[in-house]
Unconditional design. Structure first.
Length: 296
């Protein structure tokens, strides 16, 4: 993750007091609040930045860590502990019984946590910080596997997005995060998918659900209708005397199953019977005759 100067974000100096931080935040928050800047993407971005800066600098302990380690402040405790235990071990005062880690265990712990170990110079290698990104796609975009280019910290990353990706699903791309420390490996890029649905279909994993209107006469007498599936049209037979709320399943006409090529969920159709309105006198007469016949 690229370094962000939180002091600059809030328009204050590094020596500013906690009260200065609070005042600067309140002033900028009022200026860029989404309620005062509707549909303003730049104001929304600024509002998120100042909230992030305030969240770190308003906390005294987090501020100390940020001042010391910059963008790696979240790992401050691990850095400090590693340095302290290495110094204790080298000076002969490290008490093995006071810790649940042996020296080798400790190295393994850091290696697993940060993806690195000690180099020949005795300095720990730390895995770079993971980058987090959210990718918004339309439901139609993930019906088929396709490629998409993301720009992260000025670098273009070409992704293949499999069909059937779920809303909220997270994927990890190795080696596209921040630079490692002391020669450690790069962090990863973690992408969360936000799937926006502007279609008439409701999705539940691989299955799709939709409502279809039919007129009273088709419901009573039956017949054939043409309906929309997600990517085509199909003809469907309506059984005579179909009731409103009747459900039918179209097997394999749903959404692609994630990472299962050629497999699809089902499409569930619910019929909604529309009653006729604005009847003519003749129509009313015929319905009255029908009512009389049904009452016998």
């Amino acid at each position: 993750m690229a370094f962000i100067d939180y002091y600059k974000t809030l328009g204050i100096e590094k020596k500013s007091t906690q009260e200065d931080i609070k005042k600067a935040y309140r002033k900028l928050a009022r200026k860029y609040h989404p309620d005062l800047n509707p549909n303003d993407k730049e104001a929304e971005r600024k509002f998120k930045e100042i909230n992030e800066a305030h969240e770190v600098l308003s906390n005294v302990e987090n501020r100390k860590k940020y001042d010391k380690y910059g963008k790696d402040w979240k790992h401050a405790d691990e850095f400090d502990k590693a340095q302290q235990q290495r110094q204790q071990s080298r000076s002969g005062f490290y008490d093995q019984s006071s810790s649940s880690f042996s020296e080798s265990d400790y190295s393994d712990f850091f290696k697993s946590m940060f993806g690195g170990g000690e180099n020949r110079g005795g300095n720990f290698k730390y895995k770079g910080q993971d980058f987090h990104a959210e990718l918004q796609l339309n439901l139609k975009d993930v019906y088929e596997t396709h490629k998409r280019t993301l720009t992260v910290n000025g670098k273009n990353i070409r992704l293949t997005i499999p069909a059937g990706v779920e809303n909220g699903q997270v994927i990890r791309i190795k080696g596209h995060g921040g630079e490692g420390l002391n020669g450690g490996p790069k962090g990863d890029l973690i992408i969360k998918f936000s799937i926006v649905n502007h279609t008439k279909f409701k999705r539940d994993k691989g299955n799709l659900y939709a409502n279809v209107d039919i007129d009273l006469f088709k419901a009573i007498l039956g017949g054939e209708i043409t309906i929309d599936t997600f990517n085509s049209k199909v003809k469907l037979k309506v059984k005579p005397e179909t009731q409103s709320g009747t459900k039918v399943k179209l097997k394999g006409k749903g959404f692609p199953i994630y990472k299962k090529a050629g497999e699809f969920g089902d499409l569930y159709i619910t019929y909604n019977v529309n009653l006729p309105t604005k009847l003519s006198e003749k129509e009313k007469e015929l319905f009255n005759e029908l009512a009389k016949l049904r009452s016998k």
